[in-house]
Every structure is written in structure tokens, then in C-alpha cells.
Design a protein around this ligand. Structure first.
Ligand code: FES
Length: 141
């Protein structure tokens, strides 16, 4: 759990820049694992926005969550190039391998378009996935 001071440090990193809200929200999500209602309120105060404005942005983007999800996460690219390379046919295998233990998250381009289908686990990128290799990747997450 973060403290108000921890959050203030993150906010201060971006507050002087143009359009600070999204960079702050991304940092808060990455560092604290979620954007709690208390964090939304503190960010709103710091940026002189309404709670509703901040909550509207938080709830619009699937990257942001109100509570932490401790499960390992496999990000599977579902964007056009990976669709053209067959990612849709791999989803069932990935979901079966994930069960409730692993969170599968759709993302839209990992920069590996010519070697998709692509996925990311943590900082590691994986390319040229087929159903078997994606299932192994999910099981090892
Ligand atoms: S479209 Fe999947 S990596 Fe770019």
C-alpha cells in the first residue's frame, strides 16, 4: 500500500509537464499495482481537476485498475498485424492454459508486428507464437 507521500513524489515528477494526468496514472499503476479511489482523489487535488475527471480517465483505460491483481500477467497482442498472423486462433489455448491463475490481457501492438503473434510477460517479449508455445508461455508465467 502506498502512502500519500509516495504518491506525491510520483505526481511531482510529471506535474510541471503538459498533460500530466496520463503519465501520472501510468506511473501509479506500475508502482502501486492499482489506482485506488484515495489515489484518484489525491491526483485530482494535485492537478486541480475534479474527482470525476480523474475517475473518468481511470475507468476509460483498461490498463488502470482500482485494486491490485497479484496474478502473473501475459499480455497478448490483438492488434491488426498479429490478427493477420493468426492470433485469434490462439486465444482459446491461451485461456485454457491461463485458467484463473494467470491474467491474460489484450494489448494493441508490442512492436513485433512482422514476427507476430506476439506476447509480453514482464519485460520479456515473445514472437512467432503458435498455440503450443503460447500455452507453454502462459503456464510458465
Ligand atoms: S500488431 Fe502485434 S506486435 Fe504489432
Amino acid at each position: 500500500m502506498h502512502t500519500a507521500a509516495d504518491l506525491a513524489t510520483l505526481i511531482d515528477r510529471h506535474a510541471a509537464h503538459d498533460g500530466p494526468l496520463l503519465p501520472i496514472l501510468h506511473d501509479v499503476q506500475a508502482v502501486f499495482g492499482c489506482i485506488s479511489p484515495a489515489a484518484e482523489a489525491q491526483i485530482a487535488r494535485a492537478l486541480n481537476l475534479s474527482r470525476a475527471e480523474v475517475h473518468g480517465v481511470v475507468s476509460f483505460y483498461h490498463d488502470f485498475t482500482a485494486t491490485p491483481d497479484p496474478r502473473p500477467c501475459v499480455e497478448l497482442c490483438r492488434a491488426e498485424a498479429c490478427q493477420a498472423r493468426g492470433v485469434d486462433a490462439l486465444v482459446d489455448a491461451a485461456e485454457a492454459a491461463a485458467g484463473e491463475r494467470v491474467r491474460l490481457k489484450a494489448v494493441y501492438c508490442l512492436g513485433l508486428c512482422s514476427v507476430g503473434p506476439a506476447a509480453r510477460v514482464g519485460d520479456a517479449l515473445h514472437a512467432r507464437l503458435d498455440a503450443a508455445s503460447l500455452a507453454r508461455l502462459v503456464q510458465s508465467a
